[in-house]
Design a protein around this ligand. Structure first.
Ligand code: ADP
Ligand code: MG
Length: 461
């Protein structure tokens, strides 16, 4: 659908929604703006957190029913995104882009990219480099992603971004897409979730009289592009035929000098039964890890959210949230949004008192630092802390160093790059030491009792 059709569709749908939903829901329906409609999935944006939550909680089924009725699509679904500025900036961005690009053919391509990126489910205008807060935990991944955006297919191809859920993989990946749309509009970008790729492949490769044509269409769709962004590749697990197809897609793009970016919640070697062919292809370029942000970084992330939304807040309210939600950024944002929603309905400012009342967190325990681990480990092995960071090779020092590295990773879950910086080593050396201890722990009693005692000294058990 082009913008005009999309708006007409939305107006019709909105009128039906007003008819079908009770009056108390109308104030939340009116301000909604459409962001995209793709394969039955309607994405709308609201500037009201409350509106989003209430519609999701109380009227989700009614909205889906109306959507099904209007579109006659039984697989209808709904995504409601909260973004105070999104609805406005969506319009502004297309206008900006239209103005910037004089050449008609380029304009068409750029608009197609933009609408594709926006209609791909879950795409968020927030997922840009400008909104990505850089810290120790992600500065390497961020720099590499930026380099790929600026010079696709030159240095890091494929780029494989991995890390646990909620740490910014999709954000960083889509930032590459947004950057390209605005700075290199003649390039064609495609963002696809792995699940969509799998479903698309299954439906097109089905035996039918059109199978050959369907498959050639499928191939064109995924290879006639300059940058492909494939999100959450771990979902390909167990899908042997799709893996073979992915290998063709990969080779075809790679051989034409096109950029491939992949995200995953784990390394290729940890995706069960990944074909050796794909495993080796994913490892051809660069793998970067995203890890959980430090407390100060977490504070910066929610501070930026608060500022961008023009909220009035007490700094220590944000500090409280940042301290207590350390696992991943999605949870951190969830906690922040929850407090905002209450502040909004009760017309209070975002204060520490309110944050404590709503979130009721147990006071978080102190994080254990690399320093502390190095101190306790060196004491256990009776070596100097400096020895751990040196290149000395004696048996006792090496074991102590390997153990400290292993525990640093296990306990803090920090990246190998981060640990490498602390110990003045290459990150491959750090990975080697970690894997070595991990492997030996199951058979070496001395090592396992050492880990236990050191963890006891760190008051972890
Ligand atoms: P993943 O794909 O790794 O599961 P997402 O990219 O979906 O994680 O990120 C989860 C949420 O956290 C998103 O709303 C994203 O914008 C936000 N986020 C993650 N990292 C950052 C960061 N460094 N700066 C700002 N927001 C971030
Ligand atoms: Mg993701």
């Amino acid at each position: 659908m082009d913008t005009m059709e999309l708006n007409q569709f939305w107006e019709q749908l909105k009128a039906e929604l007003i008819q079908a939903l009770p009056e108390n829901a109308h104030p939340w329906i009116h301000p909604l703006e459409i962001s995209g409609y793709d394969k039955g999935v309607l994405t709308v944006v609201t500037g009201q957190i409350m509106g989003r939550d209430l519609l999701r909680r109380n009227h989700y089924k009614q909205i889906i029913d109306v959507l099904k009725k209007v579109t006659q699509n039984p697989n209808s679904d709904l995504i409601i995104i909260y973004d105070a500025n999104a609805a406005k900036s969506l319009k502004k961005e297309s206008e900006k882009l239209q103005k910037k690009i004089a050449n008609a053919a380029m304009k068409e391509q750029a608009m197609e990219n933009l609408s594709y990126m926006q209609s791909a489910a879950n795409l968020n205008l927030k997922y840009k480099f400008e909104n990505f807060v850089v810290g120790e935990n992600n500065k390497f991944a961020h720099a590499v992603a930026m380099s790929v955006a600026q010079k696709p297919a030159e240095k890091y191809n494929p780029l494989f971004i991995y890390g646990a859920s909620g740490l910014g993989k999709t954000h960083l990946m889509q930032a590459i897409g947004h950057y390209t749309i605005f700075n290199n509009p003649k390039l064609k970008v495609k963002y696809t979730k792995t699940e969509d790729y799998i479903n698309d492949f299954i439906s097109n490769s089905r035996n039918s009289k059109d199978q050959v044509e369907n498959m050639s269409k499928f191939n064109r769709k995924y290879t006639n592009i300059d940058i492909i962004l494939i999100d959450d590749i771990q979902f390909i697990e167990g899908k042997k035929k799709t893996m073979d197809q992915m290998q063709h897609t990969f080779d075809s793009l790679y051989n034409k000098g096109k950029q491939i970016v992949i995200t995953s919640d784990r390394l290729p070697k940890d995706i069960p039964n990944l074909t050796a062919a794909l495993d080796s292809r994913f490892a051809m370029g660069l793998m970067v890890e995203l890890i959980a942000p430090e407390e100060n970084n977490r504070f910066e992330i929610i501070k930026k959210l608060a500022q961008d939304n023009g909220l009035i807040f007490e700094e220590n309210a944000l500090r409280y949230i940042a301290k207590n939600f350390s696992k991943n950024v999605r949870e951190l944002e969830g906690a922040f949004n929850k407090v905002c929603a209450y502040a909004e309905i009760t017309e209070q400012s975002l204060s520490l008192k309110l944050a404590k009342e709503i979130l009721k967190c147990d006071e978080a325990e102190e994080e254990i630092s690399f320093d502390k681990i190095a101190e306790v480990t060196s004491k256990y092995y009776n070596v100097e802390i400096e020895d751990l960071k040196s290149t000395a090779r004696g048996q006792k020092i090496s074991t102590a160093r390997h153990m400290a590295i292993y525990l640093s990773r296990e306990i803090t879950e920090k990246s190998f790059v981060c640990i490498a910086e602390y110990y003045n080593k290459k990150h491959t050396t750090i990975m080697f030491a970690y894997e070595k201890i991990k492997k030996e722990l199951s058979t070496n009693k001395e090592l396992s009792s050492a880990t236990r005692e050191i963890k006891q000294a760190l008051k972890l058990i």
